[in-house]
Design a protein around this ligand. Structure first.
Ligand code: PEP
Ligand code: MN
Length: 340
């Protein structure tokens, strides 16, 4: 349930509505928008005890709305203002387009630093790189672990780019948070509820990737776990779902971008690298994601894709990445958006 105040509601009217609502036994929290204020009722509120007719008659109240979605904190209806995050001086959400780029895995000092400088030069805003990798095969490269995190911190120091890296288990959150600016929860862990709960108590924003087998509602419910445990800094990412089509690694669900933007206030990113699995398709799908309304992209870049220890086939060389960013700029301008 939310109480939407009129544009010209005074602070005293807002305080009065809060007091009346709390007298009815409900906990409230206030969301200040640029135009009006919304009073949200705590998720544990029993809305049957509310006298909505009385609330609707109070001065300054525009309307009282029942939000009947299974997710509340993630929903646009409950929180009608877009969430905008600032991470290491970079804005995520709002009118700007934000680009996260870097290798699938951190492999070595030279590989990471070369990539970090190249993506920065090309216009990326954040650096990505996995130190703990969720691999399908236990025999595949599992990541450098803490040594990889140290290299990410070094790359941040050299380039100024904030870093995004994956965390796979709750116990690793303190360690990964001590290096990372954004915690990534990967597709395979989207419904690892212990991890979502712990990420909700973490002090870092979370890039939550849609599972290849999850519906949009399941992604939003996963986000709700993080939000409901107190972490309001969540970014959603469409990275392709499994379909019957074998010509690409996954099927990029372009519909998910406007669907998520309509349902939620959280920033929505697209990852065309994992969606397509083929470097030659990445640029087209990246452009489509931005044209469809995505707030940003996560792109895999490697200076020597043939030698990559993971996801080389979908990694752009730095020069291709730079050309892609130029085109993304043009698309952003065409839809009245800027680069972050
Ligand atoms: C990744 O970003 O390298 C990754 C493993 O992504 P996803 O979880 O989307 O497969
Ligand atoms: Mn990858």
């Amino acid at each position: 349930m939310i109480i939407v105040m009129k544009n010209n509601a005074t602070p005293a009217q807002i305080r009065h509505v809060v007091a009346q609502t709390e007298q009815m036994g409900c906990q409230t929290y206030i969301m200040e928008g640029t135009e009006h204020t919304v009073i949200g009722l705590n998720k544990h509120t029993n809305t049957h005890i509310l006298n909505t007719a009385l609330l609707e008659q109070l001065n300054g109240v525009s309307r009282v709305e029942l939000v009947n979605k299974p997710y509340k904190l993630a929903s646009q209806a409950f929180h009608p203002f877009d969430t905008v995050l600032t991470v290491g001086g970079v804005t995520i959400g709002g009118n700007g387009i934000t680009i996260i780029a870097g290798p699938c895995s951190v492999e070595s000092r030279s590989q990471l630093l070369e990539t970090a400088h190249a993506v920065k030069e090309a216009g990326a805003h954040l650096l990505r790189g996995g130190a703990f990798k969720p691999r399908t095969s236990p025999y595949a490269f599992q990541g450098m672990g803490e040594a990889g995190l140290e290299l990410l911190a070094l790359a941040r120091e050299e380039t100024g780019l904030p870093v995004v890296t994956e965390v796979m288990e709750p116990d690793a959150i303190p360690l990964v948070s001590s290096y990372a600016d954004i915690l990534q929860i990967g597709a395979r862990n989207m419904q690892n509820f212990a991890l979502l709960h712990a990420a909700g108590e973490a002090q870092r924003p979370v890039l939550l990737k849609r599972s290849m087998m999850a519906t949009v509602d399941e992604l939003l419910m996963a986000a709700e776990y993080i939000l409901s445990h107190g972490n309001h800094q969540v970014i959603l990412c469409e990275r392709g779902i499994r379909s019957f089509e074998p010509s690409t690694r996954n099927t990029f669900d372009i519909n998910a971008i406007p669907v998520l933007k309509n349902l939620s206030h959280l920033p929505v990113f697209g990852d065309p690298s994992h969606a397509t699995g083929k470097w030659e398709l990445v640029e087209s799908v990246a452009k489509a994601a931005i044209a469809a309304g995505a707030d940003g992209l996560e792109i895999e870049v490697h200076p020597h894709p043939d030698e990559a220890l993971s996801d080389g086939g979908q990694s752009l060389k730095p020069e291709r990445f730079a050309a892609m960013v130029k085109d993304i700029r043009k698309i952003a301008a065409a839809i009245d958006r800027t680069m972050a």
